[in-house]
Design a protein around this ligand. Structure first.
Ligand SMILES: Cc1cc2nc3c(=O)[nH]c(=O)nc-3n(C[C@H](O)[C@H](O)[C@H](O)COP(=O)(O)OP(=O)(O)OC[C@H]3O[C@@H](n4cnc5c(N)ncnc54)[C@H](O)[C@@H]3O)c2cc1C
Length: 473
């Protein structure tokens, strides 16, 4: 084996259970880790994640230094950069897989180049429990329904002989392979909006581990009962760590399985990891859903083009407090509670009848945990046009959703502070508050907080009509 190797880092900013890094340090004297920042995949598309990425790079650079490994940050097109590696350089290349169709396409072209040029390489399973091709129905076709998918996927994973976890070895000397590098700060978004994220997040492997510990010690037992209430810190908030690979899904699985008495909370939590596996299976088996509806009958849906409504939704100014709270939480923290994601998404595609792609695009830009699989699959799930989706005719009432899942309005008041003084019974329908009380608490609806931009009943009926029209054509 040659002396030098490169490990291509993408969504795997971790030392623990990092197969490609462990393999490289075991088999080579010199290892350099490289991250290639492909600007066109981020600019104005994934602005929030630029912050997470930049911080993750800083942190991982320090972590790797302890092992005498440099993390070199390059900028440009991955395939162009790799095409500079020649046989005479005597370098091996390693990476962990990323399960997105465009990444898999890149990987194929890269493999072709490496094979043609006799360059040694090896790739390893990425941050999923199973390779997506492994989970198929008996007839060899991919699943479109979650429950049988997850039953099969869990069995396949459990039947595998557990892999020995290889650890990264400390090297004697570090080496840099590239001249033209960029600094992590060059990745940060131009708009200073990101600065507040550091109040809420620490994008490091260490913090990911702490989140997992906290989940296991304090949250998982009651996860089933608490996960739907946004005013309770009842979910793991591990999603951005999972997306960027600071936390390994196999580690979460193993640690959850070490729980001695496995209650309902455990089962519920594991199932959520199942939805993540399912979404990845969907986008890879049906990559056309990244561009449009999985259920083709929705191609005829009469979506509405309304910039004013779309802007009100993005800004959290729809006049429906639970919707506005969610949208403001997203903008402030780069994350939104799952129940509220469902409510705001439903409001956009059903009450406003704006295309789910608009919502998907906005989430992509603002979410720190954005991942193509979960985002597209979940938006289509809410819109009714995806796999195993919520039926379109089941339309969330934003008032009742608020009253059910944020009964005392604590979450809503936190993110919509204009409503701080409103009596609890009006927090989810402030427009019904008597004029006199509005004046007393200095909250004039229409001035300090908007009237609802659409009437719930009317919007609901129009959405149902639009849905019915699909059947007529
Ligand atoms: C419209 C919409 C868009 C979404 N976009 C994304 C996205 O871009 N990235 C993302 O990671 N999740 C997305 N989700 C799923 C879900 O809201 C988040 O995964 C969850 O809120 C993350 O918080 P948590 O880590 O505390 O979750 P927990 O409840 O603690 O769940 C643990 C993990 O399971 C996975 N998970 C949980 N719920 C789901 C789900 N419904 N589908 C798939 N995986 C799930 C996540 O990886 C999560 O980190 C979206 C949901 C909706 C309704």
């Amino acid at each position: 084996m040659n002396k030098k190797s490169i490990v291509w880092i993408r969504d795997d900013f971790r030392l623990n259970r990092n197969s490609s890094l462990a393999y490289a340090t075991k088999n080579h004297e010199f290892v350099s880790a490289i991250f290639i920042y492909n600007k066109i995949e981020y600019d104005n598309i994934r602005e929030a994640q630029k912050w997470w990425l930049s911080k993750s790079l800083d942190c991982f650079q320090l972590d790797l230094k302890k092992f005498n490994i440099n993390l070199e940050i390059l900028s440009g097109d991955e395939l162009k950069i790799f095409s500079n590696i020649k046989k005479k350089d005597d370098i091996s290349l390693y990476w962990n897989r990323v399960y997105e169709p465009k990444e898999i396409k890149k990987e194929k072209i890269l493999i072709n180049y490496l094979e043609k040029n006799n360059i040694n390489f090896k790739f390893f399973k990425g941050n999923l429990l199973n390779e997506f091709q492994e989970v198929k129905k008996d007839d060899g076709t991919p699943f479109k329904v979650f429950t049988p998918f997850w039953k099969r996927a869990e069995k396949i994973y459990l039947d595998k002989v557990p892999m020995k976890i290889s650890k990264i070895k400390k090297l004697n000397t570090s080496l840099c392979f590239f001249d033209k590098k960029i600094s992590s700060t060059e990745i940060l978004p131009k708009k200073k909006w990101f600065e507040k994220f550091s109040k809420y997040w620490d994008p490091s492997e260490n913090k990911g581990i702490k989140k997992l510990e906290f989940l296991l010690n304090n949250k998982i037992e009651y996860y089933g009962e608490r996960r739907d209430f946004p005013n309770i810190d009842g979910t793991s908030k591990i999603s951005p760590y999972l997306k960027h690979g600071q936390t390994s899904v196999e580690e979460i699985w193993d640690r959850c399985n070490q729980i001695k008495i496995k209650g309902k909370g455990y089962r519920k939590y594991i199932n959520e990891l199942g939805w993540r596996e399912f979404s990845h299976s969907l986008i890879n088996n049906f990559p056309e859903m990244l561009k449009g509806n999985l259920r083709k009958e929705f191609d005829k849906f009469p979506w509405v083009n309304n910039i004013k409504f779309l802007t009100a939704w993005k800004k959290g100014m729809t006049g429906y407090p639970i919707v506005d709270a969610g949208m403001r939480e997203l903008y402030e923290t780069g994350w939104m509670h799952n129940r509220v994601r469902m409510i705001v998404a439903s409001f956009l595609v059903k009450h406003l009848r704006i295309h789910w792609k608009e919502g998907e695009k906005y989430f992509r830009n603002c979410l720190l945990d954005f991942n193509e699989a979960n985002n597209v699959a979940q938006w289509q799930w809410v819109a009714g046009c995806g796999a195993d989706a919520a039926p379109y005719f089941r339309i969330f009432n934003p008032i009742l959703q608020g009253e059910k899942f944020d009964k005392k309005g604590e979450y809503t008041k936190k993110w919509v502070p204009e409503l701080k003084k409103i009596p609890v019974e009006y927090v989810h329908k402030p427009w019904e508050l008597e004029k006199e009380i509005q004046e007393n608490i200095k909250l004039i609806i229409g001035k300090d907080y908007p009237f609802p931009i659409v009437n719930h009943e009317k919007a609901r009926n129009e959405a149902l009509e639009a849905f019915q029209s699909l059947k007529k054509k």
